[in-house]
Write a protein that binds this ligand. Structure first.
Ligand SMILES: Cc1cc2nc3c(=O)[nH]c(=O)nc-3n(C[C@H](O)[C@H](O)[C@H](O)COP(=O)(O)OP(=O)(O)OC[C@H]3O[C@@H](n4cnc5c(N)ncnc54)[C@H](O)[C@@H]3O)c2cc1C
Length: 427
């Protein structure tokens, strides 16, 4: 009997699922559909390309031959418009139909525009959003010829755009709400390390700011951003990174559970439809460490979720229903920033929790931990990453350590001492 697995999205989640499915089932039909014009590439590295530091070639991960060799049908430039869950068929923008036994949705997100917030000229020429390799090509070309830049969005993608301005020699202003970069995860003391590093690269952070409107020239090209206080920042290059809209529109009207954070799954990457799975940035998945639904926007997590989904799609199909032995996704996500002279790592869920602890060790070394119900759930390390595996282990073990934050902030965490003070609950 022929079987068919269809995957929407050829990012790391979709591609990793395709590879897992093929390894588990040599005979099944596998189709990967993407609306991009190229096969999987390293999304993490496109910022280095945009800086002008890397050529195109090392950014590709899978050449088209990779798919052929594995008998995986790759459909480029194909946008999925709707799914018929009664007939197990999906449709593309060009009217093509794809039948599936098991469907994986791994469609990630699309950057939000300030137009959605009523900001005048938010989609003018010269204003960039950053998600795809095509975006990176446009950013590289424009940044190379621009003189002044304005960046909006004080998060992990915004700082990439700021660093690109720095690397391309633009005189840039980085407009932020509040008193520091990534204010939900850092405090001004920790963020100062980053602010200094930005200034060194010619990017001036501007606090308690934002964009009220963009000004354009007669050709409709951006020339400046004006903040809510009326201060004007010139920029013939602008970058906006204010979060993602999750790509679920083709699921509208069908009974697959979604919310503003994407597609709801359990810890096995299954949706409420027995034949539909989701993986990667798009998922609002059940996190078995937090014991609640949450989201990870990181490469390693998306890869692992894709692999978990692929395994369970094959097992469920072989079982003829949901297998009794599904693989579980249990993962402490991490995200590093490589723009500056010192290492920077965010792990787990550093913006959440009910308790925080932080310490500055030197001008370039800082640590912050987020705890919930006495357990570490995430943190940020700046300068010294040496304690990351210990901290991630404590997260995985769900150790109740809230009364021992001093020990957790020690330059070198003594795990034996913590074992005595706060024994592991689970691994
Ligand atoms: C500039 C940049 C820097 C980053 N840096 C880091 C980093 O340093 N560390 C880290 O861990 N993470 C980083 N990330 C985040 C990381 O890249 C993502 O978490 C990861 O790529 C998510 O993978 P995914 O497969 O879930 O989704 P995506 O990679 O977004 O792939 C989804 C794919 O689905 C396609 N698609 C969407 N809708 C449809 C449709 N209807 N029909 C067909 N195809 C569709 C999209 O075009 C896309 O190709 C960065 C991201 C960016 C953009």
């Amino acid at each position: 009997m022929s079987r068919s697995h269809v995957i929407i999205g050829d990012g790391i989640a979709g591609s990793s699922a395709a590879q897992t499915i093929r390894e588990a089932d040599p005979d099944t039909d596998i189709t990967v559909i993407t609306d991009e014009g190229e096969a999987l590439y390293n999304r993490i590295l496109i910022k280095e390309f945009a800086k002008g530091k890397l050529p195109e070639a090392p950014i590709s991960i899978h050449e088209p031959g990779w798919y052929e060799e594995r008998d995986i049908d790759l459909e480029l430039d194909t946008h999925v418009t709707d799914v018929d869950t009664e007939a197990n068929v999906l449709h593309s923008h060009s009217g093509d139909e794809y039948e599936y036994d098991k469907l994986l949705v791994a469609t990630g997100g699309t950057p939000n525009s300030l137009a959605g917030y009523g900001i005048e000229n938010a989609d003018a020429e010269g204003i960039h959003h950053f998600w795809t390799f095509q975006d990176a090509r446009a950013i590289r070309e424009h940044a190379d010829e621009a003189d002044k830049g304005v960046i909006v969005g004080a998060g992990l993608l915004g700082i990439d755009l700021a660093a690109i301005c720095g690397a391309q020699g633009l005189d840039a202003h980085y407009l932020m709400r509040g008193e520091c970069w990534w204010r939900y995860a850092l405090d001004p003391e920790g963020a100062e390390v980053l602010h200094d590093a930005m200034r060194e690269k010619g990017v001036t952070p501007v606090f308690d700011s934002g964009v009220d409107r963009f000004e354009v020239d007669d050709d409709g090209h951006v020339i400046a951003a004006v903040d809510p206080d009326g201060e004007r920042f010139e920029g013939d290059f602008a970058g906006v990174a204010i979060g993602l809209d999750f790509n679920t529109e083709f699921l509208r009207g069908i009974p697959v559970e979604t919310n503003d954070n994407g597609i709801v799954t359990d810890e096995y990457m299954r949706t409420n439809d027995e034949d539909i799975y989701a993986a990667g940035d798009i998922t609002w998945f059940y996190d078995t460490i937090l014991d609640e639904h949450n989201q990870n926007g990181a490469w390693g997590s998306a890869k692992e979720q894709g692999s978990t989904a692929g395994t369970n799609m094959v097992r469920d199909l072989e079982h003829g229903g949901r297998t009794d032995e599904p693989e579980e996704f249990r993962w402490v996500s991490s995200y590093s920033i490589t723009h500056f002279e010192f290492p920077f790592l965010s792990f787990g869920h550093p913006t959440e929790g009910d308790q925080e602890a932080s310490r500055k060790y030197s001008d370039t070394e800082w640590r912050k931990l987020a705890l919930k119900d006495g357990r570490i759930i995430g943190g940020v390390l700046i300068g010294d990453l040496s304690q990351q595996s210990k901290l991630k282990k404590l997260i995985r073990e769900e150790r109740v350590v809230g009364d021992h934050v001093d020990k957790l902030l020690a330059a070198d965490i003594d795990m034996d001492e913590l074992e005595t003070l706060a024994p592991a609950a689970a691994e």
